[in-house]
Design a protein around this ligand. Structure first.
Ligand code: SF4
Length: 199
């Protein structure tokens, strides 16, 4: 049963409720996992992806599959440094299952995104990140309302006074990073991430 308090004073308390959230199921959406949540270790950067994949849903931990490996390779971070640097969250927190077409995973519906924003808003309040990195088009749209991923990569934005650096999605299903002009955009975005982390 979903429990949401009107106020949270600690990330531990928030994550206890997040771990058993079924708001989307109660609203009639099919989900294929329980919520994925990042172990909190006082990270000062917040990574905001789209939704867990099947591996993340099974392990209930973020970025455990191949996309996570690619993301760490892009960032030149080993696993330990990656997870101690970034508090990893996503637009929705449960594996949404396969798309009805059979190609890739289902994109969370707008209502699911709305329902899950509750957790993001409280995480921002409690974690107070100094940097936000969005990963993929849906996260970029959800956080900043920007719809042109290509134009955004290599740029730096602001969300309530916090710098935001967008990255493309590292999923093998995306051909975006293989386009030559996009490789330069990605390199610039990764440099921005490292510059902000080293501040
Ligand atoms: S996707 Fe988010 S709002 Fe929906 S059930 Fe999972 S944790 Fe709850």
């Amino acid at each position: 049963m979903t429990a949401r308090k009107s106020s949270y004073r600690s990330i531990a308390s928030l994550q206890r409720d997040l771990a058993r959230c079924r708001a989307c199921v109660e609203a009639g959406f099919p989900l294929s996992s329980l919520p994925v949540r990042a172990p909190y270790a006082a990270q000062r950067a917040y990574m905001y992806g789209q939704a867990p994949g099947i591996v993340e849903g099974e392990e209930r931990l973020p970025w455990r599959g191949r996309a996570g490996q690619t993301l760490r390779r892009w960032l030149e971070l080993d696993e330990e440094t990656f997870y101690s640097t970034f508090f990893c969250a996503s637009v929705t927190r449960c594996y949404p299952g396969r798309a009805p077409s059979g190609r890739g995973d289902r994109t969370p519906a707008p209502r699911e995104q709305e329902l899950c924003q509750f957790w993001r808003d409280w995480e921002f309040e409690l974690v107070r990140p100094r940097l936000i990195v969005t990963v993929g088009g849906l996260a970029l749209r959800s956080l900043l309302g920007l719809t042109d991923l290509t134009a955004a990569i290599g740029g730096q934005f602001d969300y309530g006074g916090v710098p935001v650096v967008p990255l493309p999605h590292p999923s093998g299903a995306s051909s975006w990073p293989n386009v030559p002009a996009n490789k330069q955009r990605l390199a610039l975005a990764l440099r921005l991430v490292h510059d902000e982390l080293s501040r």
